[in-house]
Design a protein around this ligand. Structure first.
Ligand SMILES: NC(=O)c1ccc[n+]([C@@H]2O[C@H](COP(=O)([O-])OP(=O)(O)OC[C@H]3O[C@@H](n4cnc5c(N)ncnc54)[C@H](O)[C@@H]3O)[C@@H](O)[C@H]2O)c1
Length: 262
């Protein structure tokens, strides 16, 4: 028996990376999955793969988001899970972020998540049950340089998660996942510079960057009845990368190597 047998799940940004891996995982657990993405063509391919439906949607459009959610719930007769996963990033110094980029990063990452919760809540409240999982990032909790707008947007996602949990319990649980470095098209640029990235991977306590299905596994847990007493939480899934203090840990390990006896 699957963990999501008979349930209907909506995944935004489901055409690629973490969203696609979660669509595959949810479907394997018996859910009917609706794959929402601004790239409708790729969403359709993923939907075919998981035996679900595809819907072209830009999460920044709140009205369209609500329409798609209602249509999915009407056709299926229920809506159990929403994974607000669509997101986008950019790297540049804070003072060089222009208005257009600031608004794009805030709108896709934060407003998109807000639009999803706002559209799903009435349907789930009416049914008296539901689980929402949002995708933030470790950058929401421990930002690195040159991703100020992205980190601020993702910190907003963590706050929205807590607000949603307060307002919609006991019917709806709202939780959040905060991935570290995960190999997806979003982070593919890293792979082009192994001289820069390999030391980063070595500094991760678990010694490597993550796989999308390792995030999907945690999303499944938070969406499932196994997490029935968890709400308002942000689960960090980062191989421990947010533990070391700005490289001090790596430097101290090297010092220890140099001065340790034998
Ligand atoms: N990959 C990582 O290392 C990492 C780390 C932390 C957080 N995240 C977060 O995980 C989520 C998924 O990232 P990923 O790495 O799988 O990226 P990805 O680029 O592989 O997938 C993102 C998907 O979102 C879709 N999308 C982008 N903007 C959209 C919009 N406005 N409306 C609808 N769909 C849109 C894209 O078309 C794409 O299919 C994002 O929210 C990202 O910020 C990723």
């Amino acid at each position: 028996m699957g963990e999501l047998d008979g349930q209907v799940a909506i995944i935004t940004g489901g055409a690629s990376g973490i969203g696609r891996a979660t669509a595959v995982r949810f479907a394997a657990e018996g859910a009917a999955v609706a794959v929402l993405d601004r790239d409708g063509e790729t969403a359709a391919r993923v939907a075919e793969e998981v035996g679900g439906s595809a819907h072209a949607l830009d999460v920044r459009d709140g009205e369209a988001f609500a329409r798609v959610l209602r249509a999915v719930a009407d056709v299926a007769g229920r809506l159990d899970v929403l994974f607000n996963n669509a997101g986008t990033g950019d790297l540049r110094p804070l003072h060089t972020v222009d208005d257009k980029l600031w608004h794009r990063l805030i709108d896709v990452n934060l407003t998109g998540t807000f639009n999803g919760i706002r559209a799903a809540a009435p349907l789930m409240l009416e049914a008296g049950r539901g689980a929402i999982v949002n995708n933030a990032s470790v950058s929401a909790l421990t930002p690195t340089r040159n991703e100020a707008a992205y980190s601020a947007a993702k910190a907003g996602v963590v706050a929205l998660t807590k607000s949603g949990a307060l307002e919609y319990g006991p019917s709806i649980r709202v939780n959040c996942v905060a991935p570290g470095h995960v190999r997806t098209p979003l982070t593919a640029v890293w792979e082009q510079f192994p001289d820069v990235f390999d030391p980063v991977a070595r500094a991760i306590p678990l010694g490597r960057i993550g796989h999308a299905d390792e995030i999907a596994e945690v999303v499944l847990f938070l969406a499932s009845a196994r997490a029935s007493y968890i709400t308002g939480q942000t689960v960090v899934v980062d191989g421990g990368i947010s533990l070391p203090q700005a490289g001090t840990d790596v430097a101290l390990a090297e010092l220890f190597e140099r001065f340790s006896p034998g």
